[in-house]
Design a protein around this ligand. Structure first.
Ligand SMILES: NC(=O)c1ccc[n+]([C@@H]2O[C@H](COP(=O)([O-])OP(=O)(O)OC[C@H]3O[C@@H](n4cnc5c(N)ncnc54)[C@H](O)[C@@H]3O)[C@@H](O)[C@H]2O)c1
Length: 281
């Protein structure tokens, strides 16, 4: 079955839908004839996303939510159920960035990044899973991790730690939901031209103090990750070009773009060598 037909008539809920990858996801799902629920801490931008879907003749609503707030996510699930009566695709897509060397990151930096990037995913799935379980049709959860979940880089240790956690969470979720017929995919984008730094700074709760962004950290991080390499950075639209096909096929991982095969091989060879040393007497 064509991937568009596979999801047609369903309802896609996307967090971080006011911008970048989340907005592009909502548009892809709307293009396949799905209803959309656009969730974002920036309510005005989430509404822009939903309005664009309605302008094109689709059905979409928006809600302002903080994914780190479990009660707000429960309320969002209740609103989605009232409006559409179902959730067939859930994209737990929000992630925030805080650059900085490990010994310079503050306790507030860590708390914020882990609250949003890790617990935000947990709250999103916990809030919407009951509705997904009641929903008919092909059901799928996609969680946005990062190429940082596979290839760590310097000066982004809090983010990388959170995205490794996201990968572990999603791998477990995939196993736990397999018998229920709910597919689960980890989305692993490399660099995307989005508002990520700007929206991260805007979303940080005031009581945690301002998010410090130092040019030097970004330069050192980019050099370590070869971000100048052609193809390593792409638009969010480009990053979603295989999304429907990958979810319909229940792929375990989606690497949207970026060329880092050599690092993957080096890491996995090191793990296998360690494994084999562990077999020695
Ligand atoms: N941009 C990149 O280079 C890149 C690379 C790999 C992975 N990612 C991941 O892709 C995902 C999407 O990022 P993007 O690049 O599209 O960024 P983006 O800034 O364009 O979109 C992220 C959206 O999340 C919202 N948001 C932030 N904190 C929130 C919160 N607490 N609750 C609800 N909404 C919140 C922002 O308002 C924003 O609209 C993130 O998980 C990010 O970590 C991004």
């Amino acid at each position: 079955m064509d991937a568009q037909d596979y999801f047609r008539g369903g309802v896609a809920v996307v967090t971080g839908a006011g911008s970048g990858l989340g907005r592009a996801m909502v548009q892809r799902f709307a293009g396949a004839g799905m209803g959309g629920v656009a969730l974002d801490i920036d309510g005005a931008r989430a509404e822009e996303t939903a309005q664009a879907v309605r302008d094109a003749g689709g059905r979409a609503i928006s809600l302002q939510v903080d994914v780190a707030d479990a009660a707000a996510m429960e309320a969002a699930a209740a609103a989605a159920e009232r409006e559409f009566g179902a959730c067939t695709v859930l994209c737990a897509n929000v992630g925030v960035q805080q650059f900085g060397a490990l010994d310079k990151l503050t306790a507030q930096d860590w708390r914020w990044v882990l609250d949003v990037n890790v617990l935000g995913v947990v709250h999103t799935v916990n809030a919407f899973l009951p509705l997904m379980r009641k929903s008919a049709g092909h059901r799928h959860i996609a969680v946005t991790a990062s190429s940082a979940s596979l290839t760590p880089g310097v000066r982004m240790g809090a983010y990388t730690t959170s995205k490794y956690a996201v990968l572990g969470y999603t791998e477990t979720l995939r196993m736990e939901l397999a018998d229920e017929g709910i597919g689960v995919t980890s989305i692993l984008p490399a660099g995307m031209i989005t508002r990520h730094l700007e929206s991260s700074m805007a979303a940080r709760p005031e009581e945690l103090g301002k998010s410090e962004v130092r040019r030097e950290d970004i330069d050192v991080m980019m050099a370590s990750r070869k971000m100048e390499t052609a193809g390593h950075v792409a638009s969010a639209e480009h990053a979603t070009r295989h999304l429907l096909e990958d979810l319909a096929a229940n792929e375990r991982f989606t690497i949207t773009h970026g060329e880092y095969r050599a690092q993957l091989v080096a890491t996995h060879e090191a793990i296998l060598r360690a494994h084999d040393r562990g077999q020695e007497g």
